[in-house]
Design a protein. Structure first.
Length: 425
């Protein structure tokens, strides 16, 4: 039995192997058939042997999603409706965690014309938005959270965690990277507060301590609680950022706060291509349905479309795909903490996964986008297949993700390779 097949215990949850599906969007949003969309996707992964699935970011309030494809878990009814998803995963021996969070200043109510028109309240922020971000938020009402409101926000996380446990989820991951709200608390680029949640690294990290304590008060100490940790942020010149050393200290602090596992990631302070490195997503140019949806989202603004294309092209050039790109971050974190470390970012093959585990660089191996191209990919990785997955990291799946479209591979080359494989069988 290889290291990939060794079970691991995270809190009270025993996971049958070290392979997990990293959180990506399924495009389910708030649709009535949302639970069925999740069930269909995750059941196939569990049947193929994946140990753990982390269901992508779900919002703990009525507003605050960064994409129409994100689901809301702001009420007990909405959360319990997902029980069929957890039952399907469990039926095939898998475990499933729910990632919960809020987009903060990047909530779609501030940037998506359709949702801005029905906005019920101002966009919430940790502090006044940084100067580089303000042009994109011009005209958008912003509310900086008061100290009591931060405690109320933590209660919302706690309530959702309790509903998630009731719905059968095996654990929680806090969405605290990718420029989401909790990342905005952690980063000095966004956080310029002067209360107990701002200033020093320890004060900025206090949000993680508050969330851990509040969630435990709702679900108990044994319920698995995990968190993403941003390390070594990229930021504009001369702007404050989380350094590598500060990121490692955040890992240690998360352990001291009682988190059962961490996922260290290197990223930018902005929500762009540093999150999922790869090519320019040409689907925004050659797919009419995607162009039409962007035009609707931008209210017909040609300037915003030009900025979008420029941003994607710049990200593709600055953050090209590289195998195991987060290795410097998760391997350093593994040396700093005693709790399990989840690896993610550019891991594609069986050999890469086994090498990480055998060298003691991490405890769990995460794969995300390639599951769009191959729902049964776990079978190949766990079976020792040394071939590369079908995914080409073209990023053609990113625009559909952001627009709330069906979660799938949109690369025609991959479709041709899939057809060739079926024909060979």
């Amino acid at each position: 039995m290889s290291s990939l097949h060794t079970p691991i215990t995270i809190g009270s949850s025993v996971i049958r192997n070290r392979l997990y599906r990293a959180p990506v969007l399924e495009g389910a949003g708030g649709r009535p058939d949302g639970p069925d969309i999740y069930r269909h996707a995750f059941e196939e992964n569990a049947r193929a042997g994946v140990g753990l699935i982390i269901q992508g970011n779900s919002c703990i309030t009525d507003e605050g999603r960064s994409s129409p494809g994100m689901s809301q878990v702001d009420t007990r009814a909405r959360t319990l409706a997902l029980a069929e998803v957890t039952r399907a995963v469990h039926a095939h021996g898998g475990r499933i965690f729910l990632q919960i969070g809020h987009a903060g200043i990047y909530a779609m109510e501030g940037c998506h014309a359709t949702y801005a028109a029905t906005r019920k309240s101002p966009i919430i922020a940790v502090s006044k938005p940084p100067v580089h971000v303000r042009p994109a938020l011009r005209g958008v009402p912003i509310h900086v959270l008061t100290t009591p409101e931060i405690y109320e926000l933590a209660e919302a996380f706690g309530r959702t965690a309790a509903w998630a446990r009731e719905a059968g989820y095996d654990g929680i991951q806090i969405a605290s990277s990718n420029a989401k709200l909790i990342h905005q608390f952690l980063s000095p680029y966004y956080n310029r507060r002067t209360d107990e949640f701002g200033g020093s690294l320890q004060n900025r990290a206090r949000i993680l301590e508050l969330l851990a304590n509040t969630i435990r008060s709702h679900v108990g100490n044994d319920y698995p609680l995990t968190v993403k940790i941003p390390i070594g942020e990229d930021a504009p010149p001369f702007a404050p950022r989380t350094t590598f050393d500060e990121g490692i200290e955040l890992c240690r602090l998360a352990e001291s706060f009682g988190y059962h596992a961490i996922t260290p990631v290197g990223l930018s302070v902005f929500p762009h291509g540093s999150l999922c490195r790869g090519g320019y997503p040409s689907s925004i140019d050659d797919t009419e349905s995607i162009k039409r949806r962007y035009e609707e989202a931008f209210g017909g603004s040609k300037l915003k479309m030009r900025v979008l294309r420029w941003g994607y092209k710049r990200a593709a050039k600055q953050y090209p795909f590289a195998p195991v790109w987060n290795r410097p971050f998760f391997s350093a974190a593994k040396k700093a903490v005693s709790i399990p470390v989840f690896a993610v970012g550019g891991i594609r093959t069986h050999d890469e996964a086994v090498q990480i585990l055998d060298h003691g660089e991490a405890d769990m191996i995460g794969v995300g986008r390639p599951f769009y191209a191959e729902s049964d990919l776990p079978m190949r990785i766990l079976g020792g297949d040394t071939e590369q997955p079908l995914c080409e990291s073209s990023n053609r799946c990113l625009p559909p993700q952001m627009l709330g479209m069906k979660a799938a591979c949109y690369n025609p080359n991959v479709a041709r390779k899939r057809a060739a494989m079926r024909a060979a069988d």
